[in-house]
Design a protein around this ligand. Sequence first.
Ligand SMILES: [Zn+2]
Length: 225
Amino acid sequence: MSNGALGNPEVLPCGHRGCTAAFAEQWNTWPNVVTAVRTIATVVAWGVAVTTGSDAWLLAALLCYWVGDIADGLLARVTHRETRTGAVLDVLADRLSVCLVVVSYVSRHPSAAGPAAVFLVQFVVLDAYLTLAFARWSLLSPNYFGLVDATVYRLNWSPPAKATNTGAVVLVWLLTGSTLAATVLATVVLGVKAYSALRLTRLPVPRVLSGCAVLDVRPAVSPRY
Ligand SMILES: [Zn+2]
């Protein structure tokens, strides 16, 4: 434990990376510090944007969120410091950051209200519901949801899905300025989230968490002692 940040836990009791069995849950980790810093930076940039009426500062707030969100997740994975607490804090910080930026942007640019409304329903309600659902199983974060359901994982938390779900609508809006294109894309993502939520409701939820997500899902066929 004491011989360096990368010294733990490569060998897990069940052999899966992403199961909870080998991890001690804690909140005081460097990735969580990064989550706190990037959220404070986003709120400060948003505050400047609101005070000055500057769209550039609003974009800066969005970039603080985006870059920081990639950084905290990457740091957690690379240094093996992923925790369930961190995953939940990350979800909440994301919703706060995105809501501040989007609502302020729409108040200045009412033409964005349509795609923004669809996007917010998708991101703040459906995506938050889906992202927090990992805690029903013995998983460290949604990044390992493939151990429970490969389709829901691919549609929501594989690298291309993540990029599309959070960034595509904003990018299309900023690059094309097309309300129709942004609304259509936001609706497609909303559809993917609705399908995923429906699929999630059909998955059996374990009564007791075993520490291994694969055992949670298939207790009948896996050996238990
Ligand atoms: Zn496992």
